[in-house]
Design a protein around this ligand. Sequence first.
Ligand code: AMP
Length: 213
Amino acid sequence: MIVVLTGAPGAGKGTQADLLVSKRMFKKISTGDALRNQVRAGSEIGKKANGYMSKGLLVPDDLLLGILKAEIAGAANDRILLDGYPRNIAQAETLKTLNSDFPVRVVVHLDVPEDELVRRLSGRRVCGECGTSYHVDTNPPKVANVCDRCTGKVTQRLDDEEEKVKVRLKVFNSETKPILDFYRNEKLLREINGAEATESVFKSLTGIIDNFI
Ligand code: AMP
């Protein structure tokens, strides 16, 4: 089965997804992570995707479809958690056509006010090796710029720079938000307050998801 986590950039999807992986044995499929891997590997898809990602824009759907299908196919009968997909109505429709083996059971939206999103994104720093997230004020690494978990280099994602953040939030409001009505109509949507502390968001999230596993 598929659980979809939605929310604006900075809403905490990745953090909550990682918790569900470790505490509920989900397989996480993050299209953002998958695309960054392609960029790092210098693949054709990565080269094409990078032009959009570095501007904060959505990557065209056709570039993502192969990645998504491969990730889902590799999941066997797992509990699949989608982080960052779908991000527009066309992708939601695509997912509907793909989901005969893996139906979407529930879509959980992490709702966070825009000023809090900007605070989180502008202070976010990420390990380039293992992807662990930090925040310059609330959760810095113990040694400056060095990952606590793997000693990789901790830096700011290029798309977390202020101008890119503005674009990404605009793209979220215009392109991604309409999927909330799409899933509301499908009676799959649940919304939770994502502005609370990580543990309390996780409690709300598992309060919903545990009904489906
Ligand atoms: P994320 O790590 O989820 O914030 O994604 C980083 C960037 O990857 C986004 O700003 C987009 O450029 C691209 N991306 C990730 N997922 C998608 C998607 N489902 N559709 C289009 N672009 C995506």
